[in-house]
Design a binder for this molecule. Structure first.
Ligand code: ADP
Length: 247
């Protein structure tokens, strides 16, 4: 597709660490409103891919475009953060000694800048917080301390805090690691809802969860795309079978 119409466009991106190619001519296109699952064995380059998108790591070569025409390739991490790319790391980081409600309130205040809390009007964020609470399945737990949530609920709360920033692209790293089966299934539904209004890239090892997501899958291997398509398609690809089972 024309890069103009894409949400995220990586073309020929390479990254080396001390001569080792973590990303090797990686090309990947995510369309607006698309959710994509990224899988691949350890060391395939999944984390490095997230790092180059968010500017944590600079590519040695290649092009990264966001929103069709914003060139991220030379941009600082802090500048990229203002464009509407949210990243969820694997471990949940919530304010454990604040309530669920206050975590979301703080995240919404953060969106309006460092001085927003000085002018904070009680109740100003209520509608937005209630809406996010519905999305993340936590309306009944809004007054409990975040520290008392289950591991899975903390992951959902952190996703809610990212939603407060209204990202156009959400990058999610292994969201269901450590979750119960019920939480894992609910997370697939939750992310599908979120993806109705933004693009989502999910890095994940749990194939039951990837199947529940029911989206196009890209398999990374040695820093580039080995295969992509439906989960059934990539699971039947001899190159993918070789990489997962052949050693
Ligand atoms: P994945 O997330 O798919 O497991 P990574 O992107 O973490 O893969 O790593 C890809 C390869 O790059 C690995 O072999 C890893 O050891 C190497 N690598 C990643 N980051 C660094 C770094 N900062 N310095 C040196 N090597 C790194």
């Amino acid at each position: 597709p024309d890069p103009q119409h894409t949400q995220l466009y990586l073309d020929g991106v390479s990254v080396s660490f001390d001569g080792f190619r973590a990303l090797n001519n990686l090309s990947l296109i995510i369309m607006p409103g698309e959710m994509r699952a990224i899988i691949g064995p350890n060391g395939a380059g999944k984390t490095t891919m997230m790092d180059v998108i968010t500017g944590k790591t600079r590519p040695d070569k290649g092009t990264i475009l966001f929103d069709g025409d914003t060139d991220l390739t030379e941009m600082d991490e802090a500048d990229i953060a203002t464009l509407g790319i949210g990243r969820k790391f694997q471990k949940p980081t919530v304010f454990e000694s604040h309530t669920v409600w206050d975590n979301l309130d703080l995240a919404l205040a953060g969106k309006r800048g460092p001085f927003a809390s000085l002018f904070h009007r009680e109740g100003a964020n209520d509608d937005r917080i209630l809406s996010i609470l519905d999305t993340i399945r936590l309306p009944a737990r809004r007054h409990v301390l975040a520290g008392s949530l289950s591991h899975g609920q903390k992951q959902w709360l952190e996703i809610g805090m990212l939603l407060a920033q209204e990202p156009k692209l959400l990058l999610v790293d292994e969201p269901v690691a450590g979750m119960t089966d019920a939480e894992t299934a609910e997370t697939a539904r939750l992310l599908r809802e979120i993806a109705q209004t933004r693009s989502v890239v999910v890095v994940e090892h749990d194939m039951t969860f990837v199947r529940d997501l029911d989206v196009k899958v890209t398999v990374l291997h040695e820093g580039s795309v080995l295969s992509d398509g439906s989960l059934d398609h990539v699971s039947a690809d001899p190159r993918v079978i070789e990489v997962y089972l052949g050693r």
